[in-house]
Design a protein. Structure first.
Length: 93
């Protein structure tokens, strides 16, 4: 069975500290746990503010896992690795 490809969309607000941290934490998570089995779309709401309303995003940073389903939303800088991995159904280590 082929391992699933993870599709993420990360909503940020420019270079705000929590947004920068969330991008770095997501990149590290993908590097350590997913290898090449992921795709990340970054949506900067400072550049495209209408997207927040259209997508129902009310806080940043917000990570949306689009696949594998079901869709999951996580708000915050993604700093707490253990609950993040559990939410994404990934094993630590």
């Amino acid at each position: 069975m082929t391992p699933p490809i993870f599709r993420f969309r990360l909503y940020i607000t420019g270079d705000a500290p929590n947004s920068v941290q969330a991008k770095a934490n997501l990149a590290e998570l993908c590097r350590c746990h997913l290898g090449d089995r992921h795709h990340v779309e970054i949506v900067d709401l400072l550049r495209d503010p209408r997207r927040a309303l259209a997508d129902g995003v009310f806080m940043t940073p917000t990570l949306v896992m689009l696949a594998p389903g079901p869709e999951l939303r996580i708000v915050g800088s993604l700093s707490d690795a253990a609950p993040l991995l559990a939410s994404l159904r990934l094993k630590a280590g």
